[in-house]
Design a protein around this ligand. Sequence first.
Ligand SMILES: [Zn+2]
Length: 179
Amino acid sequence: MVELLLHFTLPLTVLSYIYDFRREYKKILLISFLSILPDLDVLLCIHRSISHSIIPYTIVLAVILLLSKSSSVKLWSIVGYLAILSHLVLDLFTGLTPILWPVVPYSIFIETNIIALISTNTITPMFNVSFSIEETEFTRFTSFYAVVATSQGLAITVILLLPLILKAILAYTFRRELL
Ligand SMILES: [Zn+2]
């Protein structure tokens, strides 16, 4: 399971580099929160439920694109869709995910590892890609350890957001000096 913090941080970072955070921070934060939406299924005591399938989000996006006349709404709906998609793709590489349910009634897990065996005079790279497919069953759990943040995730978050924080501090400092 990818920790909740990284599901939030990754779209926040990507969107902050694409858009002007000071102008679009409300949309960027909203979409970053939207990307943790799939994991709210744990509140119903089911993890990786239909909320981890691309199908319902695709239907919602299609309806918005068909009904909305605003190009801004259409654009930010696509951005939100991609943010949710980032959650599903990350989960696909960490455990069984019903990414195409109910069209494909199986959960899929793609595991990739690149390891180097280092000895005194040789370096042997080893590549491992494996696919696990299991029939999807949505079963309720009685208890579940939800990983909100790990030390690695916190370190990655700080590294990713540091330029953004520094930029905000610089903008604030120089604006104050100019006043
Ligand atoms: Zn998830």
